[in-house]
Design a binder for this molecule. Structure first.
Ligand SMILES: CC(C)(COP(=O)(O)OP(=O)(O)OC[C@H]1O[C@@H](n2cnc3c(N)ncnc32)[C@H](O)[C@@H]1OP(=O)(O)O)[C@@H](O)C(=O)NCCC(=O)NCCS
Length: 203
């Protein structure tokens, strides 16, 4: 049985905590930016009220749907919520699909890498996932780098899978990571998790 209530954890620079309704203003800031939503599946947010609606309807019902709560990515020094990282779909009970987005002002500072490398062992050792999946538009160089840096193994390319906003059909690259992959044992081993992030979590 997967654990779906996500524990709040801290990294060097971040707090990862379940998203809440009053993240609406911060979410609107980044989801109303064309550059941020360029490769995402949803439309640009046109008001704080819409962001609030999205949080309520698409995020706060996750546990009921058998999906873990989504994390808000919060900058520890300012307590500002700048994005989300989450499992947005669960397949075959123990397979989770990861997604993420952050505010443009914070791109290229290692923030999503820090959040993803914290989330991966939590998903394996706390939540109980066996396999994690992730994908990116072939044109999304930033996401590709985040995924490869975290150690995901490239498994395939779905050609011309999605019509992008500029009208062209883009390839999507798919990756996976299994709990018993060598790279997982080396980089995200359970012992290491217990001594680091796991210490913050009461099971
Ligand atoms: C893609 C995204 C998540 C990257 O997050 P980030 O916090 O900026 O990424 P990081 O800083 O951890 O970057 C990891 C590496 O990728 C590089 N990188 C990040 N964005 C890059 C870009 N646009 N072009 C080239 N390299 C990039 C970083 O320099 C870093 O490289 P390094 O380890 O050699 O120093 C962020 O740009 C974003 O939120 N984009 C909009 C939403 C989105 O596309 N989500 C993903 C959908 S699949």
């Amino acid at each position: 049985m997967l654990k779906l209530r996500m524990p709040t954890v801290e990294t060097d620079r971040l707090i990862l905590r379940p998203i809440q309704l009053d993240d609406d203003k911060d979410m609107y800031e980044y989801c109303s930016d064309d550059d941020v939503i360029k490769y995402l599946w949803f439309e640009k947010h046109d008001s704080v009220e819409f962001s609030r609606y999205v949080i309520e309807k698409l995020f706060l019902n996750r546990v009921e749907l058998g999906v873990p709560e989504a994390y808000a990515i919060v900058i520890k020094s300012t307590n500002k919520m700048i994005g989300t990282i989450d499992v947005n779909a669960v397949h075959f009970n123990e397979v989770g699909v990861i997604g993420y987005v952050i505010h443009k002002d914070y791109w290229g500072k290692g923030i999503v890498s820090e959040a993803l490398e914290t989330l991966i062992p939590i998903l394996f050792y706390y939540c109980g996932f066996y396999r994690l999946e992730i994908n990116h538009c072939a044109d999304n160089v930033g996401s590709k780098k985040v995924i490869e840096k975290a150690g995901f193994i490239q498994e395939g390319c779905f050609r011309k899978r999605k019509k992008e906003r500029d009208g062209h059909r883009a390839d999507y690259i798919y990756y996976g990571l299994c709990k018993d992959d060598e790279i997982v044992k080396e980089r995200y081993g359970e012992e290491k998790y217990e001594k680091t992030i796991g210490k913050q979590i009461q099971s």
